[in-house]
Design a protein around this ligand. Structure first.
Ligand SMILES: [Zn+2]
Length: 227
């Protein structure tokens, strides 16, 4: 069970996580993200699709995949994309004790040089988040394509994105075998759709997210005290 669109309430209750990125009304920006790679079956193809639209994106890499395919993370960075830590073994924070979880994040950090972190499954305990936020920007999302879901058709995934993602949206896709079928059909259409609407596709960086944080501060101050 998962929600395609992260409710505003959840975003407001957890203001220390990044749910959206900065976007200018006159120059709308969307942030595509790809989790769980890199793998040779799909990551290079995604990089080609992005290049066709001069799009930049963010890849939350599983350290174990980077260890197996170091050339793929190099190619990702060389193409101008950014990368983030997604743990070494794709651990579920809710099911993990803190010390092994932090160890797995550190292990991934040896492969993935980045201060962006996305918890696998979006599941992270408050105590884990508190500690990791000393070192990382924790990046969630506001729209899930659902590409990993075998029950979803590519048409469903496309609808999930275009009906829900707007300026500043952080959209989740996967460079994984499970998602491959849906990503191959959906990604080119999503890129064409937003390009036609005049959007830029940008990669997330800690600097960009910091910029967005100060924009949110003016409205989020009261809720922050409840956290
Ligand atoms: Zn993942």
């Amino acid at each position: 069970m998962y929600l395609v669109k992260t409710p505003r309430l959840v975003q407001r209750l957890l203001p220390n996580f990044h749910w959206i990125g900065p976007s200018d009304d006159s120059d709308p920006t969307i942030y595509l993200t790809f989790d769980d790679g890199p793998i040779p079956q799909i990551t290079p193809w995604i990089i080609e699709q992005l290049a066709a639209f001069d799009a930049k994106a963010t890849f939350f890499c599983v350290g174990n995949n980077v260890r197996r395919y170091p050339e793929l993370i190099k190619a990702t960075l060389a193409a101008g994309h950014t990368v983030g830590n997604h743990t070494m073994h794709h651990l579920d924070g809710w099911e993990s004790d803190n010390m092994p979880y932090f160890h797995d994040v550190r292990h991934c950090a040896l492969q993935v040089k980045s201060s962006l972190f996305r918890p696998p499954y979006g599941r992270i305990k408050p105590s884990q988040a508190q500690f990791l936020q000393r070192h990382y920007e924790v990046v969630m999302w506001d729209v899930l394509s659902g590409d990993f879901d075998p029950e979803m058709t590519a048409e469903d995934c496309y609808g999930n994105v275009v009906k829900n993602a707007g300026p500043g949206s952080i959209v989740v896709f996967h460079d994984s075998l499970k998602a491959e079928r849906n990503v191959r059909e959906t990604l080119p259409r999503v890129l064409a759709h937003y390009a036609a609407l005049g959007y830029s596709f940008a990669a997330l960086t800690p600097e960009l997210l910091a910029q967005n944080e100060s924009a949110q501060d003016t409205t989020g101050t009261q809720l922050r005290t409840a956290n």
